[in-house]
Design a protein around this ligand. Sequence first.
Ligand SMILES: [Zn+2]
Length: 405
Amino acid sequence: METKLCRHCNTIKLKTDFNKCKPNKDGLQKYCRDCTKKFGRQNKERRAARKGRVMKPYEEKKFAHITEDELLMYLRKFTEIHGRPPTTSDLEGNPDYPCAYTYYRRFRYKVPITKKADNWNAILQLSGIEPLDYFSIWRAWEYLVECTIKLFESDYVFQSTNITKDYRPDIVIPSKKLIIDAATSNYDSKHKKRQFKHAMEHGYTVEFWCLYKTTKNGINEPYLKYVFADEIIEKLQAIGEDELIHKIQTLLTKHDTYTEEILAHKKEYIKAKILEMATLLKRTPKYRDFFGKPDFPSATTIKEIFGSFNEALIYAGLTINKKANATADPQIAINDLIQLTETLGRLPKIQEIGPPNTTYTIKVYRKHWGNLSNCLQEHGYKLDKQTIVDSTTIKEDRVFYLIAN
Ligand SMILES: [Zn+2]
């Protein structure tokens, strides 16, 4: 083995203990690696001192030199202890484990190609752990949360649409002004914060029901409470709901995501809600009856679950009025259109036609009159094309104004 003398510490060392430096005759640096490291550290300390800072003594990183196999062993250890694979946030700031960054650094760049993994799930697979399908787990968890709520609250609403337009919390308990959202863990994200803000703005208190706890603290807000599975299990133990407890406890390890059970459960819930609506209206509900009703599932949800709205009605045991579906009443169509045009102050756009704005969809207007303006003109309305002028350009906007004769 070739050796070389370090000019600083005056020690003869192996050539492999020197860093490379191409311009030098032997292609190596003058000083050994240990000395180079020392210089670097001294430089840093000098710079810090100039700025009036004092550096902490050097500390070797705990997991800096462990092998790839040892790194993977830590993942298996976590999985064994916690009954599920770790997430990246589980390892962050956790002194017992290397952090996710250590894994990425190692498995993205340093190891031979056969061991390369560039995302967390791939790294888990390297250690022989099957990664969790977080989406299905979350779906199943949402379902188990709902099953729990059902046992304690009588007036809960599942995925109510009307707190705000783009926020559909998992569960709303109107009488308590409480929102319960199922989350796999107490992770902190922009999305969760936004949800919480929406709820707060509408005067609701929020509880995030979490399947497991990460080392992170989550969102710290006065009207936000984290409820963890252990607390929920305690509540269920008090009323002897052993089956439900078992499902919660094994959700992460058994990978059973209850897909069919969830669908059946949702169908039953919607059936009850459709019947409730039927009692309220004293007739078979229509698709549009479910628009913008905060205490009922949305029309879209019903369609999603059953494939079609009629299928849902059949499931609920209601009779479908096929005739009403077959023929549209032109008088209702024209009245709707006139009303909508007057409200908007212009000719409605095609996408504005249909429930809840008008009874019928654009198809009906096309079939009877060809298009919307024809329909209005035939009924004595004159449409005036106006030119809108702004400071720089004259542009013709395709806006029509309605002038009644
Ligand atoms: Zn040296």
